[in-house]
Design a protein around this ligand. Structure first.
Ligand SMILES: O=C(COP(=O)(O)O)[C@@H](O)[C@H](O)[C@H](O)COP(=O)(O)O
Length: 281
């Protein structure tokens, strides 16, 4: 049984990672987690079919969605693109005191039926509701692993004590702690924050002890090259790639931008050269 499970996990991870061990994944849970206003800059991208068609055409390695969008538009995700379905979330509408908790909005069986290659869930390490999120992650991971599915943890340290102790959640010691907690709780892939420098991000990668660490994209940069440089730093630090939402769907023409990102992630191309090659400069 164990051998079957681990072969399943390894095979499915390969649907995201190329032979270089790196991946560029498109994130589209913002309509739920941030609200549809995130799409207002390029409103046509609120339609999952339109933006998914563009990212798949550009050569993205994987996509991440909540179950509802996968049900509606998952057939846009071609078989050579990994599909990650995230089973926890929260809206920005809930009261402030509950913002440090993600709730389960789908089940492992749903994700499997939708054709997922990996199952994702968030843990806000340091949250007053950390205990509930740990249990939720453990339940999801245990069942997904039983079925041979890899589990991705969005390891986001967030909580009042962090701010008191370290000042800011982006302090590398905090991000590194979250990544290590993700590993020790059974994650097969980790998505986390940038720490501000290659040297500190390399420590996060070390703490993950071989479990791939991907950058969580963040707000759109006005200059596309600035984001390419950030992803370049992640790769140089030993990161395994990036999970990117706004920097893709908030651009008018995401395709050349994705192609430039792929050059940086998979060909180690200099960000300016990659941008020039794709006509961004
Ligand atoms: O993790 C999320 C939210 O994080 P947040 O609470 O905004 O820090 C997701 O909604 C996104 O998938 C993730 O942030 C990646 O998308 P971008 O940050 O690149 O838009």
């Amino acid at each position: 049984m164990d051998a079957y499970q681990s072969i399943g996990i390894r095979r499915r991870l390969k649907r995201f990672f190329r032979r270089d061990g790196r991946a560029l994944i498109f994130a589209m849970d913002h309509g739920f987690e941030h609200g549809p206003t995130d799409f207002e800059e390029h409103w046509e991208h609120v339609n999952p079919r339109i933006i998914l068609r563009k990212v798949v055409r550009a050569g993205i390695d994987g996509v991440m969605m909540l179950p509802g969008l996968a049900r509606m538009a998952g057939d846009e995700v071609k078989p050579n693109v990994g599909m990650m379905i995230k089973l926890t979330s929260k809206t920005n509408l809930r009261p402030k005191g509950d913002q440090l908790l993600q709730s389960q909005l789908g089940f492992v069986e749903d994700a499997v039926k939708l054709g997922a290659d990996a199952i994702a869930a968030t843990v806000y390490w340091g949250s007053p509701q950390e205990d509930a999120m740990m249990r939720q992650f453990a339940e999801i991971a245990s069942y997904a692993h039983d079925l041979g599915f890899p589990v991705v943890q969005f390891a986001y340290p967030r909580g009042p004590y962090i701010n008191e102790k370290y000042g800011r959640k982006e302090d590398y010691r905090v991000v590194m702690y979250g990544a290590r907690a993700a590993v020790e709780s059974g994650a097969d892939m980790i998505k986390t924050y940038w720490t501000g420098s290659r040297e500190t991000f390399a420590k996060v990668v070390d703490a993950a002890a071989g479990i791939p660490v991907l950058l969580s994209g963040g707000a759109k940069t006005d200059n596309p090259v600035d984001f390419l440089k950030l992803v370049w730093d992640v790769i140089e630090a030993g990161g395994a790639g990036a999970v990117v939402g706004r920097n893709i769907f908030q651009r008018e023409d995401p395709e050349p931008f994705i192609k430039a990102l792929l050059r940086v992630v998979h060909r180690n191309e200099d960000p300016e050269e990659a941008a020039k090659a794709e006509g961004l400069l």
